[in-house]
Design a protein around this ligand. Sequence first.
Ligand SMILES: C[S@@+](CC[C@H](N)C(=O)[O-])C[C@H]1O[C@@H](n2cnc3c(N)ncnc32)[C@H](O)[C@@H]1O
Length: 210
Amino acid sequence: MSIFDDMAHTWDDKPDREERTRVVAARLREVLDFDGVEAGLEYGCGTGQLSFALADVLPHCLLVDTSLEMLKAAERGIAERALPWDTEWRNLAAQATDHPDDITDVLFCLQVLHHVDDLKTTVENMARALRPGGQVALMDLPKGSSGFHHGPGHDHADNPHLDGLDKEELEQLLRGAGFGDIAWHDNIELERETDDGKVPYSLFLVTARI
Ligand SMILES: C[S@@+](CC[C@H](N)C(=O)[O-])C[C@H]1O[C@@H](n2cnc3c(N)ncnc32)[C@H](O)[C@@H]1O
């Protein structure tokens, strides 16, 4: 069981997450070109909130996560909306030989990469998963976001980038995997509910094409 299996049952109950989904989906509509997109892929989909907010521009979407409980929630969401979508239990940094090629036109990932240790393999897998000309959008905590995770529940070992990602390092990984048209957009400014009230935080948003 991962920390996210425990959180899956109440993940969708938090209004600040709903608001984040609304804001992020609106930004993705601005920065990605959904014309002609047939298939999407969300890595670290959680309960699927973000993909569901984009369902009208994603004829098909594959929702991928390492948490089975999150995926069960995502499957319920797919069924409720009667979407012809799929889920897959997968680690982003799975061995490259195991990773499918050319399966999507657009790939996005919200607040997931800071939980992944092998970012190089992950970014290479993103490049493999995208069809030629495909677009990626990554949204995550920038390095220095040390206040975001706290408490014993966050002592899990699979999050070496817990304080956020180094943008230069990420850009180098994107270039190394063959991505071009790399664009850093304005940060996404959000608020989250904590025991001490509402706390502001920022996510970077980078897009690129393969
Ligand atoms: C902070 S949650 C974000 C969930 C969702 N993107 C959202 O914004 O609501 C991080 C998600 O990434 C998943 N995750 C963590 N490490 C992963 C990995 N290596 N591969 C795939 N998914 C992973 C977790 O199970 C969890 O659902």
